[in-house]
Design a protein around this ligand. Structure first.
Ligand code: MD3
Ligand code: FE
Length: 203
């Protein structure tokens, strides 16, 4: 039996197909207004393989010059991020157990070749609020460890419709996406995977 670290809860199949389609339609509208951008690593400028955009008052961005940060505008268009869709607000209230609304929703798009290295999320001011993740499209192999890079990790699949809730205690655990499994979902016509990560940023 797979045991996840304390503070990390996986809910397989939380969104049924109809609700996945409804969320996807909203995300397509977000991407139309706030195009996917190529995030680059601080200092080196090396591009990540994931493409990103955001909705809500704040969005996570990174580039060579200014590094990881949250900001209220899109890095290419300079426009404010699109509003957080109501359906995402609803899912946040159903699952987060947190009274305040999410401030940021990061949209990560993975082609079937993309991955995300093991990392910690520490660009938020408030680590006590939960983080809520929703997966759409092809499955991935997700990995989560402890608070130190060298801690033991556990790996499991995230499928379309799955939710992961990271509570206060799991907030600083290392995590990453090792691979995408092609042709494991019919949700996205051109394959790949979308992950939505909803957060509080400034407490
Ligand atoms: C576990 N995204 O954008 S979401 C990220 O699937 C990120 O796109 C991954 O890691 C993705 O930063 C994972 C699930 C997640 C988010 C935050 C966590 C898991 C986490 C923070 C601590 C531990
Ligand atoms: Fe992360």
């Amino acid at each position: 039996m797979l045991v996840l670290p304390k503070g990390i809860r996986h809910i397989p199949g939380y969104l049924d197909r109809e609700r996945q389609e409804a969320v996807l339609a909203e995300i397509r509208a977000v991407v139309a207004e706030a195009p996917l951008f190529v995030p680059t690593m601080p200092k080196t400028g090396k591009p990540m393989s994931v493409r990103m955009t955001n909705c809500g008052p704040l969005g996570w961005v990174t580039d060579k010059e200014r590094g990881y940060r949250y900001q209220p505008t899109h890095p290419a268009t300079g426009k404010p991020w699109p509003a957080m869709p109501g359906i995402l607000m609803d899912i946040w209230s159903e699952l987060s157990g947190y009274a305040q609304e999410p401030e940021a929703c990061l949209v990560n798009y993975y082609t079937d070749e993309a991955k995300m290295g093991l990392h910690q999320d520490r660009d938020e001011k408030d680590f006590s609020a939960p983080v809520l993740s929703l997966s759409l499209g092809n499955a991935c192999l997700f990995r989560v460890g402890g608070k130190n890079r060298n801690d033991r990790t556990v790996s499991f699949r995230l499928e379309s419709g799955d939710a992961v809730i990271i509570g206060g205690e799991g907030r600083l655990n290392f995590h990453g996406v090792d691979r995408i499994y092609p042709d494991t979902s019919g949700l996205l016509r051109n394959g790949g995977r979308i992950n939505l990560t909803m957060r509080r940023v400034n407490s």
